[in-house]
Design a protein around this ligand. Sequence first.
Ligand SMILES: Nc1ncnc2c1ncn2[C@@H]1O[C@H](COP(=O)(O)OP(=O)(O)O)[C@@H](O)[C@H]1O
Ligand SMILES: [Mg+2]
Length: 172
Amino acid sequence: MAEDALPAEVLVRSGSARETAAVGAALAEVVEPGDVVLLCGPLGAGKTTLVKGLVAALGDEEPVTSPTFTLMRTYSTRPPVAHVDCWRLSDPSEVADLGIEDHLDEGGVAVVEWGEIAAGLIGRDALSVELRPAEGGDPDARELRLRASGPSSAERLGRLAARLASTGAHRR
Ligand SMILES: Nc1ncnc2c1ncn2[C@@H]1O[C@H](COP(=O)(O)OP(=O)(O)O)[C@@H](O)[C@H]1O
Ligand SMILES: [Mg+2]
């Protein structure tokens, strides 16, 4: 596929926590060692729910919770997933002290909640997923906007879009 044919942005509608977790599971099929995934959107949007689907699909049965007290928690998945939550950082520059770079260099994947806080500091080609409550009054409806910031995340996004289409996720 020609590079300019890769999608710049993919929109997915989710109607339930289960569907958002399924997007995480689809993401598990395309991530590669060293990848960063930024999760953006307000409290309760479903960021942790998506991470649950990702971690379960990569083979860790540990329950996933928001890493509130630890800021970063690593799951024994393959590749290992570091789950980072920037919500409690008193200063965004603390992201640099969490050891994310080492984790990535060792072949891990980093999934960062409140990724908008960390994006510039991590500064990598990254896939981002912005989760928003969807309009229309259904409290469980979410809109997920997936974007790539460089060539390798664009490649992941292309494969993810194909997977989501084949699993019947509503894509616009
Ligand atoms: N479509 C949906 N996607 C994700 N979560 C949903 C959805 N509909 C309802 N929920 C509920 O919303 C909450 C999302 O919480 P969580 O994933 O912890 O959000 P965040 O990490 O963004 O703060 C959960 O209680 C989940 O069951
Ligand atoms: Mg969370």
